[in-house]
Ligand binder design. Structure first.
Ligand SMILES: *[C@@H]1O[C@H](CO)[C@@H](O)[C@H](O)[C@H]1NC(C)=O
Ligand SMILES: *[C@@H]1O[C@H](CO)[C@@H](O)[C@H](O)[C@H]1NC(C)=O
Ligand SMILES: *[C@@H]1O[C@H](CO)[C@@H](O)[C@H](O)[C@H]1NC(C)=O
Ligand SMILES: *[C@@H]1O[C@H](CO)[C@@H](O)[C@H](O)[C@H]1NC(C)=O
Length: 502
């Protein structure tokens, strides 16, 4: 996931027992015909060894994105050759078309037998952030296996998904599987920087007139042991992402010698401006997004009095928000956040600089737009000597449907239940960071971010940090999940509710 803080940070919500919906009753009608021809997700010992060795090989190719302009393109090319080698069936099947997009990204088009079913898209990325060796228990590009886990940069973000997608498809094809519903697999090469690969794939599909039933990308996880005293595992599916803005604040004053200084300098003016900005919180946004619905639905899971508080969110709004404001992570769920990230001014001890600059990084709540946040910021700064330059910005992503009729969401839930029967709670969340899937809003309203992997609290630090690893069992389950999901997606029926909620 891009930009260091990962989607899973949305789990912070759960640390404080909020932001969840319990939805164990809904599901998809089972299809008798489909059951009969279903291929069980059982893999031989040889297949299981081959699948983990394939992942190790992928980790060993250092597909590093160093900066916005710089990547190891040799490794990106090598990765393309590698997938040809390890997934020969995928690459040689007549109803699968493979294209290289934007030089290094990959798009697979899997033609289903029933053109009346709307296609869907599974996506992942194989570029990784740099991994300096210090602090690692094993070299970060070794792919070494230790105590039942494979170590290395990209084992969770996000080569595991890249490999699991192709691996599951390879195994299905070997078993002579022919999908009914068409689908696409898009593998991006620069998610950690600009995402041009995914943008190009999106443009290409749009130019072909494709409309997608849904998209699944990285983002959410299965979370265990995160809420104190709450022992049940929870599957978190990201249904939205916060927006983002990098804003440059600049003050120009005349420069001069420090022996006869003016009353105010560019540094002083800008420092006061950013200080006002830091001390003024953006407004709380309680009603929009998934929060309120989710609090009500989660209420039953808790004893008195938490259940009463959660089931009456409007009544207890002040209490709930005060609680959430205290923790930076839950605070990020109820409002737009801002962080002062760069401050530049001055070059010499006895010269008053003419220019001072500061960069502020905003993460925009789904209840606001870039424009609104910019206006609010100008009002808070309230000094016309400060100039504002928007460097990059995009609005929050729309909230994808997660009701009984939302095909993508319900297919994920159904697959979670069959692969992880112990997981009875699925919740929709908002990613605090961004993924490549944000480029696909023109193609579908259903964009879901979910990795079928049990994330331990310690794993959080390993994203873009040291000792990133995936358990061998966890990776097998991920392959199994995709194997099941592809088959589940062949349903031609609308999702239905088995049990009506009050
Ligand atoms: C780039 O990747 C290649 C392998 O494809 C590797 O041999 C080389 O050391 C990498 N370069 C850097 C700077 O990491
Ligand atoms: C402020 O100073 C910078 C750097 O010298 C310059 O590029 C910019 O045009 C100036 N802006 C104004 C409004 O004077
Ligand atoms: C989850 O659901 C399954 C099947 O309905 C049930 O057997 C199991 O006890 C449930 N587990 C929990 C923790 O509620
Ligand atoms: C979505 O479609 C509009 C209208 O065709 C186009 O201007 C825009 O660039 C598209 N956005 C993306 C992200 O592809």
């Amino acid at each position: 996931m891009a930009q260091r803080c990962v989607c899973v940070l949305a789990l912070a919500a759960m640390l404080l027992l909020v932001f969840a919906t319990v939805s164990r009753s809904m599901g998809l009608r089972s299809d008798e015909h489909q059951r009969a021809s279903r291929i069980p997700s059982e893999f031989s010992k040889e297949e299981r060894v081959a699948m983990k060795e394939a992942l190790k090989g992928a980790i060993q190719i250092p597909t590093v994105t160093f900066s916005y302009e710089k990547a190891n393109t040799t490794a990106l090319v090598e990765f393309g050759k590698y997938i040809y080698k390890v997934f020969p069936t995928v690459l040689s099947t007549s109803f699968i078309q493979h294209e290289v997009v934007e030089e290094y990204s990959h798009l697979f088009t899997i033609q289903g037998s029933d053109p009346s079913l709307q296609p869907y898209l599974l996506m992942a990325h194989f570029d990784v952030v740099p991994a300096p060796e210090e602090g690692w228990e094993v070299p970060p590009f070794s792919g070494l296996e230790r105590d039942g886990a494979i170590y290395g940069r990209g084992t969770l973000d996000d080569k595991n998904s890249v490999m699991a997608l192709l691996q599951a498809l390879e195994l299905l094809l070997i078993r002579k599987y022919i999908p009914r519903r068409s689908f696409f697999i898009s593998l991006g090469h620069d998610e950690e920087s600009s995402g041009t690969g995914a943008q190009r794939v999106s443009a290409l599909l749009q130019s072909r007139g494709v409309q997608l039933a849904f998209v699944v990308d990285e983002g959410g996880f299965i979370l265990d042991d995160v809420i104190p005293d709450f022992k049940k595992p929870i599957a978190l599916i990201g249904v939205s992402e916060k927006g983002s803005m990098n804003l440059l604040l600049q003050v120009n004053m005349s420069s001069g010698h420090s022996s006869a200084p003016p009353k105010e300098t560019s540094i002083g003016i800008l420092a006061a401006a950013v200080s006002r900005l830091e001390q003024t919180q953006m407004p709380i946004i309680f009603g929009s997004g998934t929060l309120v619905t989710v609090l009500r639905q989660l209420a039953d899971e808790f004893p008195f009095p938490v259940d009463k508080i959660l089931s009456n969110p409007w009544l207890f709004e002040p209490l709930i928000t005060r609680f959430m404001e205290r923790n930076p992570l839950t605070n990020a769920i109820i409002r737009t956040t801002k962080a002062l990230t760069i401050f530049e001014a001055g070059i010499k001890v006895n010269v008053i600089p003419s220019v001072a600059k500061a960069t502020v990084n905003f993460r925009i709540h789904s209840g606001q737009t870039v424009q609104e946040v910019l206006e609010l910021t100008k009002n808070i700064v309230a000094d016309n000597r400060v100039q504002f330059h928007v460097m990059t910005a995009f609005d929050p992503l729309p909230i994808s449907p997660y009701d009984d009729k939302a095909l993508g969401y319900q297919l994920l839930r159904q697959t979670i239940q069959s692969v992880f029967p112990e997981v009875n709670i699925t919740i929709p969340g908002t990613c605090l960071a961004n993924t490549d899937s944000r480029f696909f809003t023109n193609l579908t309203t259903g964009i879901y971010r979910f990795n079928p992997y049990y994330l331990q609290p310690e794993d959080l630090k390993s994203f873009h940090g040291v000792n990133e690893k995936i358990s061998v069992q966890g990776y097998e389950n991920q392959v199994k999940f995709i194997f099941e999901l592809i088959q589940n997606a062949d349903t031609d029926q609308e999702p239905v509710s088995h049990l009506h909620k009050p």
